[in-house]
Design a protein around this ligand. Structure first.
Ligand code: SF4
Length: 490
């Protein structure tokens, strides 16, 4: 489902390039391919020939933020980092749009972050008590204040020491006059890859789709606990901690990442197709046609159709041109929002037993509308197959569901869910089926996947969340109009 329908949102996408004659443009195109990871704000910072950092950022889609040719042309420089944001921690003011840029007497530093820190609140309390003044309320800034307080002479040593103090899920890009750094948390929750242009210049990006779009070849996945330094002499891999345990977010494969991306060597489309095959294998329902919910469930639907041996039909159409809908307060208006984006194809579904495939159920309201829509279009039966296990537990590593009250499967049995959704039957993929379908086969618990959303088995301690700190506010109560805050040059 489109993120705006499901209210399940990834935190961010990051892109960086070192020593490229089109650094800002390249970053723009890279970010454009990562737009699915965040639509609330975007920004690019470049290193000028004078070794200072300048940037431009704003609220809204990348194309809205960079809506004048000058906004890119003014970013002259050979190295850049960029960010597209869906904020989970921190409010939605312009000050929270990244990259965050810090001007010091001797040098500038820019930071871009994807993920969520689990000790950000307690760290910030300590830092503020120590005199730190924060310019944003996003947890990203914590790292910068830590770096400034380390005693070591070299920036890279201060960075390593700081990375050891933050907890949770993070993929950071940091730009200085001397280097581009990429750091991944000790569990590798979020994807981060290194690529190389034909010219030899290096790139770091959240997903491999961003490498493809700028014509870079894949070099390697950044590994848990690694700090990569890219500078004029090439790229250097360092380990800032050896206490690592791979736990890639399984929701990246299920829902967030683009189907053409590969994460740890597993293509996202193929993984989703296999999830579809597996859920149909576990639940061999009787159906005439398979219908996937566009767009993120289409890969899984093809797998269901292959397994059931029935046609994969386009029974639902997504309006490609519908803009973002502001979350509406009444049930009726919410339903109107879904209708603006999805329509049932009467000629395809009328009189048919439909196997409806979706990637996940969060609150269940969208599934309810879609089932109702298919039945109104004449479907005889609607059997809902979910290509992932029930989402029962909150995520603290960068996804905006942090309360079980928001998750339908945490509060109802499968039969109660089926009844509320109005489907003739409801089936989920099993957890072993999910792990098998992704097929990561890493020597780690759950083959290297985080499955805490489904099992409650968190790969790390939860720090502030366990200590009872108030979790950052969740997302869908309010959406800022992009026009409320104009793009700014930073
Ligand atoms: S808890 Fe869920 S969404 Fe969060 S990192 Fe783990 S698998 Fe991903």
């Amino acid at each position: 489902m489109a993120t705006e329908l499901k209210s399940l949102n990834e935190e961010c996408g990051v892109f960086g390039v070192w020593n490229d004659d089109q650094a800002a443009q390249r970053t723009y195109f890279g970010l454009h391919s990562l737009q699915h990871r965040g639509q609330e704000g975007a920004g690019i910072v470049v290193k000028t020939d004078e070794d200072r950092l300048i940037g431009h950022k704003g609220l809204g889609l990348l194309a809205d933020v960079f809506d004048r040719p000058e906004s890119i042309d003014e970013l002259q420089g050979r190295s850049a980092i960029g960010h597209v944001r869906y904020g989970t921690a921190g409010s939605r003011g312009i000050e929270n749009i990244q990259p965050l840029l810090f001007h010091y007497l001797k040098e500038d530093v820019a930071l871009a972050h994807n993920g969520n820190l689990t000790n950000a609140v307690s760290m910030r309390e300590k830092l503020e008590a120590d005199g730190a003044i924060f310019q944003s309320n996003s947890d990203t800034e914590v790292l910068m204040h830590l770096i400034q307080r380390q005693p070591q002479a070299q920036f890279v040593d201060r960075l390593k020491a700081s990375l050891r103090q933050i907890k949770g899920g993070f993929a950071y890009l940091i730009l200085t006059k001397d280097a581009l750094y990429a750091a991944l948390d000790p569990n590798g929750f979020r994807p981060l890859v290194v690529g190389q242009l034909e010219s030899g210049s290096y790139i770091v990006a959240s997903e491999t789709c961003a490498l493809d779009v700028v014509g870079a070849k894949f070099v390697r996945d950044v590994q848990p606990g690694e700090l990569i330094q890219i500078d004029d002499s090439g790229y250097h891999v360092m380990q800032y901690t050896t206490e690592t345990q791979l736990a890639i977010c399984s929701m990246e494969y299920i829902y967030f990442a683009r189907p053409d991306s590969d994460i740890y060597g597993v293509n996202v489309h193929m993984a989703r197709q296999e999830m579809g095959r597996q859920v149909a294998l576990e639940n061999p329902i009787d159906a005439d046609i398979v219908v996937g919910v566009p767009n993120s469930s289409l890969s899984a639907a093809s797998g269901v159709a292959q397994q059931l041996g029935v046609p994969d039909e386009m029974g639902l159409i997504k309006n490609q041109y519908s803009s973002r809908t502001f979350i509406q307060p009444t049930q009726e208006l919410r339903e109107q929002g879904v209708k603006m984006k999805l329509s049932a194809v009467r000629a395809v579904v009328a009189g048919k037993k439909v196997a409806l495939v979706d990637d996940s159920i969060v609150r269940g309201t969208t599934s309810q509308y879609i089932v109702r829509m298919l039945k109104a279009a004449g479907a005889k039966e609607v059997h809902l197959l979910i290509a992932s296990p029930p989402l029962k537990y909150p995520c603290f590593y960068g996804i905006d569901i942090e309360h079980t009250r928001e998750l339908m499967a945490a509060n109802y049995t499968v039969e109660e869910m089926r009844d509320q959704i109005g489907a003739d039957s409801l089936h989920f993929l099993s957890l072993p089926g999910l792990i098998k379908a992704i097929g990561l086969k890493q020597d780690a618990p759950n083959e290297g996947l985080c499955v805490a959303y489904f099992s409650g088995d968190y790969p790390t301690a939860l720090y502030d969340y366990e200590a009872g700190f108030e979790a950052p506010k969740t997302a869908d109560d309010h959406v800022l109009a992009a026009s409320a805050n104009q793009p700014t040059t930073i």
